[in-house]
Design a protein around this ligand. Sequence first.
Ligand SMILES: [Fe+2]
Length: 386
Amino acid sequence: MDWTQKYTYNFPCPIRFGPGVIKEVGPHLKEQGLLNPLVVTDPGFASLPLFAKIMDELKSAGLKPVQFTQIDKNPVKKNVLDGANSYHEQKADSIIGLGGGASMDVARAIALKAYHERDLFDFDDALGGDKYVVEEIPYFITIPTTSGTGSEVGRSTVISEDESHQKRVLFSPRLMAKMVFADPELTMELPPHITAATGIDALTHNIEAYVSKGFSPMCDGIAIEAIKLINESLYKASTAPCLKSRSKMQMAALMGATSFQKGLGVVHSTAHPLSTLFDTHHGLANAIMLPYGIKFNAECSSDRFEFLCKVLDLGEVSSKALIDWTLQLNNSLGLPRDLSAIDVGTDKIDALSDLALKDVCHQCNPRPVSLENFKEIYSWAIEGNL
Ligand SMILES: [Fe+2]
């Protein structure tokens, strides 16, 4: 495959991929008869010259873009309600989710809330809320600027309650983007620590999807190829980025979110509470928890972990070898080995475990996870017990 070319993909939704596809966004919206997109992004990205360049690109195509940037690091309901008001006040006719996972989540939730009167959390997936997604959804496109969550191709959005910060998942197939513009050039300036943490999030999606309980050979194949791409490119993309390594990581992130349609697992269920209680970056939380999740699942997924060792050409073929590979990768990227490094101590195990048990991801984990199991996994991760 030639990484300098542009490609069109249709699984799971239309994807325009390749260096420079950002220039096609304006003409694409114009073709739909849309001129006033609400560009939803986080305040950090909005302060970068790249954001101004993208807005100028849209204007030069004859559009009048407006913006909404009041997004928390872990988005809350208030962000979505403010964004939906902004959509109407600024007379927008479409929505662009631009940025990383938080921007995508808020943009998608604004698209949902724009013409739906119900309380936002009535759409909670755990309560069967997708049946209420019946009204108009504004034309919605996504432009990722990180290579991690892959939520640009997703159909769900994670929004936290304002006070408790408990995460709620809103889902509907109607929330999928009409078009994804994935331009690796937009990720070239990502700082090393964000590249590393978001990259490990993509890796975790693919490893968890590959061993998850669902049956999807298509997703398995996508996950295996994505893990190879990450092995080839994450270190380089983080330490000495070039367009090829950035392109491979962006593709691997898209593939991760595609493969995890099959399901995620215990790593995400133990990572989410760290963000809820300590505002830990999602990718960083996954990076720390991944080796401990592999250790927990080794007794039922050793065949698959051993196959990944062969795919990665590790020499030794065992679950322990895969754990060691994740530790070495984390170490090479400057990511911590255990929870003590981010000041999480044993006094937090009960609160973390209670939240982890309520998290939906572990329902797809290959090995059932009890409250006691969660306490054990967190204690391993605090002590660095592998
Ligand atoms: Fe994730």
